[in-house]
Ligand binder design. Structure first.
Ligand code: MIC
Ligand code: SF4
Length: 639
């Protein structure tokens, strides 16, 4: 069989299973990454598993999310992560060094290797030809301990890129087009592999923009071949030794194929409140804009920043606009400072933020009431900016910079007569002085602050599982709905009891009280439940509130794994009519739960409506056993 690139990397890392789409496989993980909003929990779990030293080729702990320090909590978490990581053989990227995915691309990612990260945008490294997958912290902790990563073998979709981008249309517009075609659930259970002559026209950071936002398709990961452009990038990063040429076989087998002609694309925007709600920027030109934010792991590379600086040079932003710019890494920021581009940004009126996630995760810069906020980020889910009434649009860096100058949407296609030329540097500025190496910190003591509270661990699945439907939800519920995260809540990522007061409150402010009063119960949802972030908190907090199962039409990949790891039943409703018929407060019961779970078919009795709801568990045998054991930690403890 002629093999795709993703197939080859999986095959070379396979430790269990058959590579048939839908069947469970296990792969060896070469590298891991964690960041600070999921990291505290991941390292607590690593400690709970009794692992002394990580067994990967390279593991890195990044501090990039919770950088706003309005109290001791974030700083305490940083001290814990730094000390626990170093003592376990993990490198630490200090705050100020940059956003995990940008820094990993620059300093650690390598073609042909596997990377598991406790962040949903880990596939960014796919721009380098790496098989990079986002997962919950517990799965990453297992990988750090040398355990394989289990996943259902995805289908592999080929996107052939033809031609080249014109009229300052950007890599961001490519992924927005893919989102328009496939939607936020179109990538579930799939790997997206790019090929074609168009690939040659894209630099590594541009490829990384595309693989980064492939997370919004729900895809397992996205990947580009590793070619002469990858080689040049690695040479410029002083890492030629990491280069490996990699591509699919000629005529490789793919499960589906899509063709996109890059020269036919034009600047696009994802409109509120979903990354797949796509319109042409030119159609939005009458909309006045209050805020523009440039940065995030999607669009904060040196290339993006230089294009932004070129657009802003010698101009002033519109009076009605507040413009923030967060360069993705210390490397990018230092280079902008050195070559004067930073001056062009500051002089035009940009507010320069530190190299971190910042406004992308609501860490400051919440827009004003009813604001229109235009961002180069990857998610515009309801409420994520920190202002519920804000309308957030996602665009390329070029569109964002032009829009900031004019105070309303402007499409680069309608504005410029020639392409903004920015060259990839021959040599990036390399200074890893904010990366701590474990070998330099022997016998380090682990520091634990008072904000770290014990996290809930489930118990074995009981014979009879019963409770009320505590909330009925629609399609595409995000983890930002289930466990909102902003500047006020992120400091409590290691304090589950505190977070539980906010669970599902963007949908129903009474939910936490109701769940506590009823002593737990069930959740009901439509399709693609749990899309978005990898945060385990979206499972841990419901567990703390006594949620026993979620009945949904379908689940997003990472969230389903997080539910399983925490022993919460992810039950897929077979007949959509049953979903329609379910109501809040219905009394549900599952008899002989362990046997039913192991069989993969679970009948849920709706006592209130006197009806049987047929559900199934589209999960592996291993995952079914985890559910019966009460989650992964229980299963590890008992093995
Ligand atoms: C996000 O973009 O939603 C985050 C914040 O990076 C999350 C991780 C988290 O919730 O801590 C993600 O993408 O996984
Ligand atoms: Fe950080 Fe935003 Fe990227 Fe998440 S999507 S890692 S919050 S920059």
């Amino acid at each position: 069989m002629k093999k795709s690139l993703a197939y080859k990397i999986i095959e070379s890392h396979l430790v269990e299973g058959k590579m048939i789409p839908g069947e469970e496989i296990a792969i060896k993980i070469d590298q891991t990454l964690t960041q600070d909003s999921t990291g505290t929990m991941a390292y607590l779990q690593l400690e709970a598993m009794g692992v002394d030293k990580v067994k990967t080729k390279r593991s890195v702990a990044y501090i990039d999310h919770n950088t706003l320090q309005t109290g001791f909590e974030n700083a305490d978490d940083h001290a814990y992560i730094t000390s626990v990581a170093l003592s376990h053989g993990v490198y630490v990227s200090k705050p100020g060094n940059g956003i995990c995915h940008q820094v990993h691309l620059e300093r650690f990612g390598a073609p042909g290797m596997t990377l598991l990260g406790s962040d949903s945008h880990t596939p960014t490294a796919g721009g380098l030809g790496m098989l990079a997958i986002g997962a919950g912290g517990l799965d990453v902790a297992v990988a750090m301990g040398g355990g394989a990563y289990h996943l259902l073998m995805p289908e592999i979709i080929n996107i052939e890129l033809r031609g080249g981008l014109v009229n300052n249309t950007a890599a961001k517009d490519v992924i927005l087009e893919v989102l328009r075609i496939l939607s936020v659930k179109g990538g579930v259970g799939k790997i997206i592999e790019y090929s074609g002559e168009g690939v040659q026209t894209l630099s590594v950071p541009e490829r990384a923009t595309i693989t980064n936002m492939g997370a919004e398709l729900g895809a397992t990961t996205s990947i580009f071949p590793s070619d002469h452009i990858t080689k040049r990038f690695l040479i410029a990063q002083g890492r030629e030794q990491d280069f490996l040429e990699l591509k699919a076989d000629e005529g490789a087998h793919y499960d589906h194929k899509i063709v996109i002609d890059l020269s036919k694309l034009e600047p696009l925007a994802a409109c509120p409140h979903s990354p797949d709600n796509i319109k042409k920027v030119s159609e939005l030109k009458d909309i006045k804009v209050d805020q523009v934010c440039i940065g995030s792991c999607t669009n904060s590379s040196y290339l993006d920043m230089m294009r932004v600086a070129a657009i802003l040079k010698g101009k002033t932003i519109a009076p009605n606009v507040s413009l923030t710019i967060s360069p993705g890494s210390k490397q990018v920021l230092s280079m902008l400072a050195q070559n004067g581009a930073l001056y062009d940004m500051i002089n035009a009126g940009a507010r320069i933020l530190e190299s971190a996630c910042g406004p992308c995760i609501g860490m400051g810069q919440a827009p004003k009431t009813d604001a229109v906020s235009v961002r180069t980020f990857n998610r515009n889910f309801y409420g994520r900016s920190g202002t519920k009434s804000a309308q957030v649009y996602l665009v390329s860096a070029e569109t964002a910079a032009l829009t900031a100058l004019h105070g309303h949407f402007v499409s680069p296609k309608d504005y410029f007569t020639k392409t903004i030329e920015v060259k990839m540097p021959e040599k990036f500025l390399i200074n890893d002085n904010l990366i701590l190496k474990p070998e330099d910190f022997q016998d380090i003591e682990i520091v634990r602050g008072p904000n770290i509270k014990p996290f809930p661990i489930n118990t074995k699945l009981t014979d009879k599982v019963s409770g009320k439907v505590l909330l009925k939800m629609e399609d595409n519920i995000t983890t930002d709905h289930i466990m909102p995260s902003d500047a006020k809540l992120l400091p409590f990522r290691s304090n589950i009891p505190y977070l539980s007061e906010y669970c599902l409150t963007p949908i129903d402010s009474e939910f936490p009280q109701r769940a506590k009063k009823e002593g737990g119960g069930f959740l009901v949802a439509g399709n693609n439940y749990g899309q978005g972030s990898s945060r385990e908190h979206a499972a841990l907090v419901p567990l703390y509130l006594g949620i026993k199962g979620v009945l949904a039409l379908s689940f997003a990949r990472i969230h389903r794994d997080n539910l399983i790891n925490n022993g919460i039943l992810p039950l897929e409703i077979i007949d959509p009519q049953d979903y329609q018929d379910l109501s809040q407060d219905d009394e549900l019961v599952i008899e002989n739960a362990p046997q039913q779970v192991l069989s993969g078919k679970v009948e849920v009795k709706n006592i209130t409506k006197n009806k049987i709801i047929k559900t199934e568990l589209n999960i592996s045998e291993r995952a079914k056993k985890l559910l019966v054991a009460g989650g992964l930690l229980n299963s590890v403890k008992n093995s």
